[in-house]
Design a protein around this ligand. Structure first.
Ligand SMILES: Nc1ncnc2c1ncn2[C@@H]1O[C@H](COP(=O)(O)OP(=O)(O)OP(=O)(O)O)[C@@H](O)[C@H]1O
Ligand SMILES: N[C@@H](CCO)C(=O)O
Length: 325
């Protein structure tokens, strides 16, 4: 569990009662998993009925950056995409301050993660991702993906002293290739819009249908939009495929899983010819993005009550694999 800012029920019960219409706070528990923010399950009781929410204290994102993510969730939820809905306070605001940091409360989605997905799960995720992209077309805020090329270029020099010769060469060569790709006229042509940019297996919940048969799972929803941004939809799909469609060797793509995801995505939003051409390059960009952020978290960590950084080697292997396709 990463809890950078601990919270007790006594810290928030009066604040909840005074500012919100979600009943009386009855319990708050730090959430295991997650490495970015301090997350808590918040239970309340309203008219005798138990309610569940997720309270997040933002540790890195600023109050200026946050409206994009929270308004995007509100927009998508209003368009029928299953995502957490930000809760308004009595003044209609969805972004607050708690312990001197920005904070939000969102609805808790039902369901559980499927960390060993099959084709059925990959298809459900591909389908909803395409629907989400289209539902975001009339979202009127824009904000860059804050973990894209500009951040890679700024961060890579800080990482180089921690790496061996081969790793340094791989990182620098790939960064250069991606700079050229991002600067090309064909890259500029790729369709873009509100993108999740971090749709890993641990950011999706499924609703099991009771009989333990995973083939009957329905999609519960997407959450953790705090790396979202206005980006190429193909990048979003590549991030998602690199995690969901991983082969048993944990580096290549599994053809069956990938086929299921792409077919379901394309049934809603077919990829253009240019998107198909640059798919391999985008898979590399998506692998590079998470190799860099994992190296950064590993070598330049922050204080937290308990924080286990993700393994950077995982994405180094994925990047090498994507470069050999
Ligand atoms: N709206 C929600 N509904 C249900 N569960 C949620 C919701 N938001 C968060 N969770 C739970 O909290 C856990 C941690 O949340 P999250 O993944 O957002 O953490 P994080 O630190 O912000 O991000 P990251 O995954 O990027 O490290 C999730 O794995 C999930 O179990
Ligand atoms: N999904 C990211 C963590 C940040 O959300 C990773 O696995 O590196």
């Amino acid at each position: 569990m990463a809890v950078f800012t601990p919270l007790e029920l006594s810290d928030i019960s009066e604040w909840i009662a005074q500012n919100f219409q979600i009943g009386t706070a009855t319990a708050i528990r730090g959430i295991h998993g997650g490495i970015e923010n301090s997350n808590f399950f918040l239970d309340t009781s309203a008219d005798g009925k138990p309610q569940e929410y997720v309270l997040t204290i933002f540790e890195r994102l600023t109050a200026e950056q946050l409206p994009y993510y929270l308004e995007l969730m509100r927009h998508l939820a209003n368009r029928g995409i299953s995502v957490p809905k930000p809760i308004e306070n009595r003044n209609g605001q969805i972004l607050f301050e708690l312990k001197g940091k920005p904070a939000a409360i969102v609805s808790k989605l039902p369901g559980l993660s499927r960390l060993s997905p099959d084709s059925h799960h990959c298809a459900l995720v591909g389908e909803m991702l395409a629907k989400m992209h289209l539902a975001g077309k009339d979202f009127n805020l824009t904000q860059d993906n804050l973990r894209s090329l500009v951040w890679w270029k700024k961060t890579v020099p800080d990482l180089l002293p921690h790496l061996d010769v081969d790793q340094r060469q791989l990182l620098q060569t790939e960064l250069k290739a991606q700079e050229e790709f991002f600067g090309s006229s064909e890259y500029a042509e790729l369709p873009f819009g509100a993108s999740h940019c971090d749709l890993f297996r641990d950011n999706v919940l499924f609703d099991p249908q009771g009989n333990g048969n995973q083939a009957a799972d329905r999609l519960g929803g997407f959450f953790d939009f705090y790396f979202a941004g206005t980006d190429k939809w193909l990048f979003d799909l590549a991030v998602t495929a690199n995690d969901w469609c991983l082969a048993d060797n944990k580096k290549d793509l599994d053809p069956e899983l990938l086929k299921a995801m792409l077919a379901a995505y394309e049934a809603i939003r077919p990829l253009s010819t240019v998107e198909k051409k640059y798919w391999p390059m985008m898979l590399r960009a998506a692998a590079l993005r998470f190799w860099i952020s994992r190296l950064w978290d590993f070598y330049l960590p922050r204080n937290a009550q308990m924080l286990t950084p993700h393994d950077p080697k995982h994405f180094e292997k994925i990047l090498i694999s994507r470069r050999t396709v």
